[in-house]
Design a protein around this ligand. Structure first.
Ligand code: SF4
Length: 284
């Protein structure tokens, strides 16, 4: 995998990105990959040498690493940044947790992310990741009583928080994550291994959820204004609203986007599914 620097970031920053000591250790799959789309993981594996990541896109990942280092200063009792493995169906699964307090049994993960990411609560991938890490801990002799993610909002704005009621009230938010039963964890892990093993033989398609697909919308536009007055997912509702506000308005169709494919999947240049979807949008 190559780290490119098309935006000419300072060399020290690019070197810090390139010299990331993180490794998933000797394993068949890491927890992060286990919860990722099987197609994405299989393609990244097939094309590993040719993958390119742009340094500027790794900036927030570097920022996240810095936060982890600083937060390590706080620790007196808890275990931090510890890698554990388990074996299922002949595969070794390796995962590293951020913080585990053996006294309270609370497992904590830190995530540096955008306000948009937490607007709709915790993502299903976060819930799965935390519950697999809980399985790793249990199998290594620890009792896990509670899961939580401490989300550090990198783009939080105080003025936006004062203006909007559905915006986080502070830049650091703790989200409680549901703790699955051991049985549910095992079922989930078995199913994910099966999917990833199958993907090595025959690539599955990524689902809309896995691609972080946004909905098609109809934008109600007003003459002389660049941004939409309102967005509608229903064409009927959009047309009714447009009629109601008069002839200085019109509707513009905005097709949904696959956010992960566009911006967060290094396998995208090698992905026939994504290339096909891009081509179909251009044709329309
Ligand atoms: S580019 Fe999109 S469809 Fe292709 S592997 Fe990546 S996430 Fe899946």
């Amino acid at each position: 995998m190559q780290i490119t620097n098309k935006f000419n970031l300072p060399e020290s920053i690019v070197n810090a990105i390139r010299n990331d000591p993180y490794t998933s250790g000797p394993c068949d799959i890491s927890v992060t990959r286990l919860i990722s789309p099987p197609r994405k993981v299989a393609l990244e594996r097939q094309h590993f040498k040719d993958l390119e990541l742009e340094a500027v896109d790794m900036w927030w990942s570097l920022w996240g690493q810095a936060i982890h280092v600083v937060l390590d200063r706080a620790e007196l009792v808890a275990d931090t940044e510890t890698r554990l493995t388990i074996e299922r169906q002949g595969w070794n699964i390796s995962g590293q947790f951020d913080r585990f307090d053996p006294v309270s049994g609370i497992l904590t993960d830190y995530k540096v992310t955008s306000c948009y990411s937490v607007k709709n609560g915790s993502r299903s991938e976060w819930i799965a990741q935390m519950n697999i890490l809980a399985t790793l801990l249990r199998e290594n002799g620890y009792a896990v009583n509670q899961l939580q993610i401490v989300v550090i909002l990198r783009d939080w704005s105080k003025s936006q928080a004062q203006r909007s009621t559905d915006y986080p009230t502070q830049p650091v938010v703790t989200i409680e994550i549901p703790l699955w039963s051991e049985e549910r964890c095992e079922e989930y892990i078995d199913e994910r291994i099966r999917l990833h093993q199958a993907a090595r033989d025959k690539l599955p398609e990524c689902s809309a959820e896995e691609r972080w697909q946004t909905a098609n919308v109809f934008a109600l536009m007003k003459e002389g204004r660049k941004t939409a007055v309102k967005l509608f997912e229903s064409e009927d509702e959009a047309e009714a609203a447009c009629k109601a506000v008069g002839d200085k308005h019109h509707l513009v169709f905005r097709p949904g986007k696959s956010i992960r494919c566009e911006s967060y999947c290094p396998a995208a240049p090698f992905c026939e599914q994504y290339q096909r979807e891009k081509a179909s949008v251009v044709e329309e």
